[in-house]
Ligand binder design. Sequence first.
Ligand code: ZN
Length: 299
Amino acid sequence: MTHLFGGIEGGGTKFLCAVGTAPGDIRREARFPTTTPAETLRQAVDFFKQAERDFGRLSALGVASFGPLDPHPASPAYGRILSTPKPGWTNADIVGPLRSAFDLPIAFDTDVNGAALGEWTWGAAQGLETFLYLTVGTGIGGGMMANGKLLHGLLHPEMGHILLPHDRIGDPFEGACPFHKDCFEGLASGPALEKRWGQRAETLPSDHPAWRLEAHYIALALVNYILTFSPQRIIIGGGVGGRDDLLPLIRTEVQTLLNGYVQSPAVTQHMDGYIVHPALGSRAGMLGAIALARQAITS
Ligand code: ZN
């Protein structure tokens, strides 16, 4: 029997729903703006109900959502968004409405853990056991697979909010994170770039000093992750992190900061294959949701 899966990439500005089995077999996709939880979830339910009428019964649903969220099935807050600055979404129940509408296994995880699983299943992390998927865009977040399992812990890692050395003479920008000001996200997300330089990140040309500083902050974070988790590869995506001109700057800066300390050929000789873009490109999130659904019936 061929299993058919439903996937939801739940973002702060849009929800992307898809039905399929793998990257080459996505039968239907739809996207709609993230409005209220009730309206947004109802549109998702309607989409999958119609897909079941057209393609047959789904085997599982996977939800890769913006956070923070509670991914632990035994917890009272399981399936919910936790405290978020996004109006109306604090404590929003994501899994509940889906469970009421569909009698199916439902997997629920962060967007970045989903993307990591997608890259592990079909993309740039195939065959690895321990690797990091980092997105740098509207926000910054990291999904981590450690020894073959997605890392959750207390809730889930919040790699975008780590604290980095901030030279306030070289970079007087105070930071844009509403919780911590100059954490990693506060210094290096797309909105932080826009605030610091007075123009949208995508309009900053390749030779603008913004990119050297951006590469420096991303490299500082990566060095901390490399020394903490010892990832076999680091995948960087997102609206800012996905830029081709940024990757060489990041690789060079990581090597400078590590200063030869991590004695693995992956880092000392093969940096081009160590810090890479997602092989699934901008579809990593949606395909990650499908991958979460697949995992829900095999685990
Ligand atoms: Zn922060």
